[in-house]
Design a protein around this ligand. Structure first.
Ligand SMILES: Cc1ncc(COP(=O)(O)O)c(C=O)c1O
Length: 396
């Protein structure tokens, strides 16, 4: 065709590092793919049973359900999160079920961000926030978390990475429409403190800005840190969309059930996008998530709760990985939440400054590609072995 095919809104957003690296990893046998946020362990039995029940039980669960969410799911989400957020949540007006948290984010950007609107994004960030802003016609405005210096020999921690209040305030203008918060943060693992959230909240209120709060890792918080939803702070429910993911909550990322909670004044616009795009999400997955939340509500706060057990397990994995990386001479930034951690590779770079790659390609991308090509087995144990092997190779 001679005509230009792609819509202009796709300009500049066709590259995705995630797509590139997942593709590279899949081309190589037995690669250790630790780059994508999904579990390599079984979901809890109660969730699997709930899905089996949804598939083999009531035959009507094979059919469409309510457009904005399967009623038992919107009801339990309203009830469960209503208590956490200190809000009376109406399942019909304040809850929308989406195709994963990704769907929730996309719906929110499409519903609220207009041509020329500015959207503040905290760096480092989950990669889709920028293209979603651009696709909606908005302009991303970045503000970075910066590490404070650590004592020599002391490991870095994600809580050392902070926003500079003056710089943050300077990013808010009359064009700012939305602020994207992600706590616990992907990829740093930072859990924002109450003081940090209060600062964001006061700026959002002062400049009449909507806060899109991606809280998919809310149950994965370590070392006694506490997740706080910004919507629970005074004056914030009215201007916040709180986004969650059953995938991350119950370790079932393939189910792709997500949700948004918020005031009707915002949610009605998300419903407009939803009813003109997805219309409704898979019923059986929603039924299984509803039943899983009902189970969790009974066990909430007790040792038998998955929301108690999951972070303990992930924290053990985190500690294992930190040890592996440290034993190799890397300097990981210890995360206080999420599946992720980032690591300082500058010592490695000093030893191997010339990894293969395209001209101008940043060193960290070259490093990841090099890791993918130099793979071994696909478990944490394999990573240990690989790291130890590299260490031996690197020792002069
Ligand atoms: C911060 C963050 N938000 C949203 C998502 C998407 O979640 P879902 O799988 O429910 O679409 C992810 C997935 O990696 C994520 O890391």
């Amino acid at each position: 065709m001679a005509k230009r095919l792609q819509a202009q809104r796709l300009d500049g957003i066709d590259y995705s590092p995630r797509v590139e690296f997942v593709q590279l990893a899949s081309e190589e046998a037995d690669v250790v793919n630790l780059g994508q946020g999904f579990p390599d362990f079984s979901p809890p039995e109660f969730a699997v049973e709930a899905f089996q029940h949804a598939v083999s039980g009531d035959f009507m669960l094979n059919q469409y359900t309510k457009a904005f969410g399967y009623p038992p799911l919107t009801k339990i989400l309203a009830n469960f999160f209503g208590k956490l957020l200190g809000q009376e949540i109406d399942p019909l007006k304040n809850v929308l079920v989406t195709v994963g948290a990704y769907g929730a984010l996309f719906t929110a950007f499409q519903a609220l961000v207009d041509e020329g609107d500015e959207v503040i994004i905290i760096e480092p960030f989950f990669d889709c926030y920028e293209p979603m802003t651009l696709m909606a016609g908005g302009r991303p405005v970045f503000v970075s978390l910066k590490p404070s210096p650590t004592q020599k020999g002391e490991p870095d921690s994600s809580s050392n990475w902070q926003l500079d209040p003056t710089e943050l305030a300077s990013k808010f203008t009359s064009r700012t429409k939305a602020f994207i918060l992600n706590t616990p943060n992907n990829p740093l693992g930072k859990v924002f403190s109450k003081e940090e959230l209060e600062l964001v909240a006061s700026l959002c209120q002062q400049h009449d800005v909507v806060c899109i709060s991606d809280e998919v890792y809310q149950w994965m918080v370590f070392d006694g840190f506490q997740h706080i939803s910004i919507a629970s702070l005074p004056g914030m429910w009215e201007r916040t969309l709180t986004i969650g993911s059953a995938g991350k909550t119950f370790s079932v990322t393939g189910w792709k059930v997500g949700w948004v909670l918020g005031p009707d004044s915002l949610m009605k616009h998300l419903r407009t996008v939803h009813q003109n795009s997805i219309y409704h999400c898979a019923t059986q997955g929603q039924a299984a998530v509803a039943q899983s939340f009902e189970r969790e509500q009974l066990h909430f706060g007790r040792p038998s709760s998955y929301f108690v057990q999951l972070p303990q397990y992930i924290q053990r994995c985190r500690d294992h990985m930190i040890q592996s990386l440290q034993s190799m001479g890397f300097r990981p930034v210890i995360p206080q939440g999420s599946y992720f951690l980032i690591t300082d590779i500058s010592d490695f770079k000093n030893k191997m400054p010339d990894l293969p790659g395209a001209a101008g390609e940043p060193y960290d991308r070259r490093f990841v590609k090099w890791m993918i090509k130099n793979k071994d087995e696909s478990t944490l144990r394999a990573m240990d072995q690989k790291l130890q092997k590299w260490k031996a190779e690197l020792t002069p």
